[in-house]
Ligand binder design. Structure first.
Ligand code: HMG
Ligand code: MG
Length: 302
């Protein structure tokens, strides 16, 4: 066991968290969430996606949201860009980082971004080149790294292949995603190890949805491999419109609570983070999907 002494969390709540919401969430509310997350100490926030508004209507206000954020020094703002059109639209918003998102399963690649894995790499290549030429950091994501809603179980070899292809086109960081939250700790370790064949430990992160309640366990399993970067979502919001039934990412609050208890530094103020999660949950008229937030909010109420 080589547990890291510090962990970086990227809150993907404003993007992954809200992309699947049916009712429109005004840009102002999304901006309010980003502001609360940065005040809570998050050092990276995945703000939005520059994708087709026909495919994901909730992200149609990407430019407006990016323009409305009062940026805090030391915080990185990332956005999803599936193709050159998305990248060109994103550039004006001056993101610190862009994300190209592929999949380890052919069926999911087709459903999510309307092309095969091989075609997706061809689309990403000019995006990566253009971003790096402008000094914008490039992160990649591999969806369905352990399981696919259409193909079932996904072998680690598939993850290794996509990681290799992404590395070849210059993607600098690789996020290994359990899109539908079916992974269990050892399977997630195999997927992380597959990506680690092409990416260094410092250039890899975990992105675990919590559909089956495994995400915290999966996070611990990845920590045991030394992985120290994770995508999490405030109030456990989230889901992918092209992964039916999948619920949100592991709640940032739950991960911060666990890490604090383990003496691992995140730089995040849990109380302020809970306020951020409550803010967006109140807007959505539901309770935060985080056990730690629920417990702490109940304690506050007593
Ligand atoms: P396509 O239809 O193959 O693209 O979609 P196209 O190039 O043929 O263009 C078709 C139309 O879309 C055209 O408009 C383009 O202008 C427009 P029309 O002429 O019909 O009016 N278009 C765009 N508009 C705005 N921004 C763009 C853009 N590109 C084309 N960037 C595309 C391909 C990728 C665009 C589409 O499939 C799409 O937008 N998919 C959305 C996928 C998505 O956002 N999924 C959720 C995020 S991924 C995720 O949640 C997983 C993750 O969390 C990790 C995990 O958990 O697994 C990251
Ligand atoms: Mg996701």
């Amino acid at each position: 066991m080589k547990l890291p002494s510090k962990v970086k969390l990227v809150d993907v709540g404003p993007r992954d968290g809200l992309q699947n919401e049916k009712a429109p969430v005004p840009a102002e509310i999304k901006i309010g969430l980003v502001h609360r997350l940065q005040d809570a100490g998050l050092k990276e926030i995945e703000v939005t996606s520059f994708v087709s508004p026909k495919w994901v209507p909730q992200m149609a206000d990407a430019a407006e949201v990016m323009a409305g954020i009062q940026r805090k020094p030391g915080v990185r703002y990332s956005v999803l860009t599936p193709n050159m059109k998305g990248f060109e639209a994103a550039v004006a918003s001056k993101p610190d980082e862009i994300v190209v998102f592929g999949a380890a399963s052919e069926a999911f690649s087709q459903r999510n971004i309307n092309c095969s894995i091989a075609e997706s790499i061809e689309r990403f290549a000019p995006v990566v080149e253009a971003a790096r030429a402008k000094g914008i950091y490039v992160r990649g994501a591999i969806s369905c790294a352990v399981g696919c809603p259409y193909e079932g179980e996904v072998a680690p070899e598939r993850v290794e292949m996509v990681a290799r292809l992404m590395k070849q086109i210059g993607v600098q960081h690789m996020g290994v995603a359990d899109t539908i939250g079916v992974g269990t700790p050892t399977k997630v370790q195999r997927a992380m190890e597959a990506a680690l064949k092409h990416y260094a430990l410092d250039d890899i992160s975990g992105h675990f949805h919590d559909t089956y309640g495994q995400a915290l366990g999966n996070t611990l399993a990845a920590l045991e491999l030394g992985v120290w970067q994770y995508d999490t979502s405030s109030a456990g919001l989230g889901g992918c419109p092209y992964a039916k039934g999948a619920t949100g990412n592991v709640a940032t609050e739950d991960v911060v609570y666990m890490l604090q208890g383990m003496g691992i530094d995140t730089g995040i103020d849990l109380d302020k983070l809970i306020d951020a999660g409550k803010y967006i949950s109140d807007f959505l008229q539901r309770k935060p999907n985080s056990r730690a937030a629920t417990a702490i909010l109940n304690k506050r109420a007593r």
